[in-house]
Design a protein around this ligand. Structure first.
Ligand code: AVW
Length: 325
């Protein structure tokens, strides 16, 4: 009579003499392999699904943004600077923490919000100087007497000059000017987004737009803040170095306080490679002189102010005019 082993015992580890030790070990390993393989497959599937969700969300976001931007108003000027918020915030922190640490208590996030609130969700042709007052309040800073440098059509040289003479300040060397120098910004009445496609052009759309009103407002503040001797750099390579239509000629000279500003000192600079079209004795400068006289402010003008001319000569050292300064 033969006794039969129960089937589960036949395949179990106690199969002993019927299987070699290696085969027994393999048999033992198999279920584990199947399980880990299964787990790996699940993990792969989960990762793929997560990736698909992320890619889908990114694509949907981009499409939504493009669609919304297409729906925003179309103007004739270039749109807002890409990454405006990051640039403005970054410049604000760089200025208040590194360049002028005495202003480290300014709240850059609050400043950005005050700036953005001027034009987000607003009619872009109906911005007022009043709208920028909260921003001016938050960014206000003291300009020491005798240290203001105005400019007209000579921004590059004026800014190069204040880099080497940092005790002098152009508007763009103050916090509010520094943050947005060279940038463009506008929003849209029907959206909370910035319009990166286009912004109102000063001439072709409207002049009460966020950019133009900003420069008018902060230029007014900058002029009101001047005291003692104020400087202005003019461009004598233009037919008229003083233009009544420029911000300097229409805003800044009318907002200098006669009781505070004793003299306006003009530096009439000429491009080294360019023509000398205007000078301190021209009719455009006489017009400037007479406007200031009426306002009770003295005026002086100097052609090719030597320290600024030396700066021009750094990049034109071989030019004949640079050998005799
Ligand atoms: P302009 P302005 N970044 O060369 O006398 C971007 O004709 O009129 O000279 N745009 C600017 C900036 C800037 N930093 N500054 C001015 N703008 C606009 C500010 C503004 O709409 C300083 F305090 C202006 O009409 C200077 O003393 C146009 O660019 C005085 O205003 C071209 O300026 C220079 O204005």
């Amino acid at each position: 009579m033969t006794t039969q082993r129960p089937p589960d015992q036949e395949s179990g580890p106690s199969a002993g003499p019927l299987l070699s030790p290696r085969a027994a070990a393999a048999l033992q390993a198999d279920p584990m392999d199947a399980e880990s393989c299964c787990r790996r497959r699940w993990r792969c599937l989960l990762i793929c699904a997560a990736l698909l969700v992320v890619i889908g969300a990114v694509v949907a976001g981009v499409l939504l943004h493009v669609r919304r931007q297409r729906e925003l108003a179309k103007w004739r000027g270039p749109g807002s600077t890409t990454h405006l918020a990051e640039i403005v915030l970054g410049r604000c922190f760089a200025y208040t923490q590194l360049k002028r640490p005495e202003l480290r208590d300014k709240d850059c996030h609050q400043i950005w919000n005050a700036f953005k609130n001027v034009f987000v969700h607003k009619n872009q042709c109906n911005i007022t100087e009043e709208d920028y007052q909260p921003l001016l309040k938050l960014t206000n800073q003291n300009i020491p007497c005798g240290k203001s440098l105005f400019w007209s059509k000579s921004g590059n040289l004026a800014h190069q000059y204040t880099k080497v003479q940092p005790q002098l300040l152009t508007l763009e060397d103050t916090l509010v000017g520094y943050m947005v120098d060279g940038l463009r910004w506008c929003g849209d009445e029907g959206s909370s987004e910035l319009n990166s496609g286009s912004c109102p052009d000063w001439k072709e759309d409207c002049n009460n737009n966020p950019n133009f009103v900003f420069w008018k407002t902060v230029s007014k503040w900058f002029a009101e803040s001047a005291c003692g001797v104020a400087q202005v750099m003019l461009n004598g390579s233009l037919p008229e170095a003083f233009s009544k239509n420029s911000i300097f000629g229409s805003v800044e000279i009318y907002n200098l306080h006669p009781g505070k500003v004793s003299v306006l000192q003009a530096w009439m600079m000429h491009d080294i490679e360019g023509k000398s079209r205007d000078s301190c004795s021209s009719s455009s400068i006489n017009e400037l002189r007479s406007i200031l006289k009426q306002r009770g402010i003295n005026f002086n003008c100097q052609n090719d102010y030597r320290p600024a001319k030396l700066l021009q000569c750094v990049s034109h050292s071989e030019h004949a005019s640079c050998s005799r300064i």
